[in-house]
Write a protein that binds this ligand. Structure first.
Ligand code: PLP
Length: 287
């Protein structure tokens, strides 16, 4: 069965779906997006992603295109029409279509909306998590508002490509003080030599990952020690464990940084346990 996309009010076969050539998302990256993991056809961490969507839109002064409730109906209908149970839902909301001009259109335009759904092979994802993945590091070169989840992802795309060319799955950006900010599409974590979980604080120029936030809760409930405090790539290499979080990767163990092993180079017990606990929580609370 072909995939179905939702585009500006209509469900259409994805191969025929199209946007206007003067859509500001297309020309100026004047659009934001969200990605929900789908467990058994339900949206994981739904509330957190809606809250961040509303915040991203507000920061750019783009109105919410419809209420949360209406948007939920659209997302769920997209999921139903695609018959996907385990996967990802992508939502993009842009300022809309207007003759090309950097400044906002003077007369208000309707926001553009696109929704797509894709299936994820959970067994393959579990196999990858059991082996762990490599990351590379790359100098931070993004703009100063990485807290807004915009589609302006060129530095992230280039970093990810560099990772792939070096046999890694993620690139960690490193700021001018030598600290890891986050991954190209994930938040970065370590279990340091003292057994303390560490991830960058959200005063830094990073995306406030929804998975990160839920996992902080899971970690505290589990009684583990956690600090929102920066770490360097060297600290990651000498850490006991490292991992990344995101709607796409969930909690994914990292076993090498720039080709050097993290700890003993094997997937560690903390990351594996947190992956299991996160997935249990996300499945149980999905809507
Ligand atoms: N950081 C960046 C740059 C991302 O693109 C993403 C997800 O796409 C994340 C972090 C993780 O965010 P979340 O857990 O909300 O998916």
């Amino acid at each position: 069965m072909g995939r179905i996309a939702y585009v500006n009010g209509r469900f259409v076969p994805q191969g025929e779906a199209a946007v206007h050539i003067e859509d500001r998302g297309y020309q100026l990256a004047d659009a934001v997006y969200e990605v929900w993991a789908l467990f058994d056809g339900k949206l994981a961490d739904a509330e957190g992603h809606f809250a961040r969507l509303e915040r991203s839109l507000a920061e750019l002064k783009i109105p919410m295109p419809m209420s949360r409730a209406a948007l939920t109906v659209v997302l769920k209908e997209a999921v139903r029409r695609n018959r996907v149970r385990e996967g990802l839902v992508y939502l993009q909301v842009g300022r809309g279509v207007a003759p090309r001009d950097h400044a906002f259109p003077i007369d208000p335009v309707e926001p553009s909306i696109v929704v797509t759904v894709k299936a994820v092979d959970r067994a393959a994802a579990e196999a990858r998590a059991a082996k762990g993945v490599g990351v590379i590091t790359t100098p931070e070169n993004r703009w100063g508002r990485c807290d807004i989840k915009t589609v302006g992802l060129l530095p992230n795309a280039l970093a990810k490509q560099a990772a792939r060319e070096r046999g890694a799955v993620e690139a960690w950006f490193v700021d001018e003080l030598g600290f890891v900010t986050e991954g190209a599409s994930s938040n970065a974590w370590i279990v340091d030599r003292d057994g303390i979980l560490r991830t960058r604080d959200t005063n830094a120029n990073i995306l406030r990952g929804v998975t990160r936030l839920t996992l902080l809760d899971v970690i505290r409930e589990d009684g583990l020690k956690v600090e929102e405090r920066p770490f360097t790539p060297e600290e990651a290499k000498s850490a006991r464990e490292a991992f990344i979080t995101g709607a796409g990767t969930l909690v994914l163990p990292v076993v090498s940084v720039d080709g050097d092993p993290v700890g003993d180079g094997a997937v560690g017990p903390v990351a594996s346990r947190l992956r299991r606990l996160y997935i249990e929580r996300a499945r149980a609370t999905a809507i």
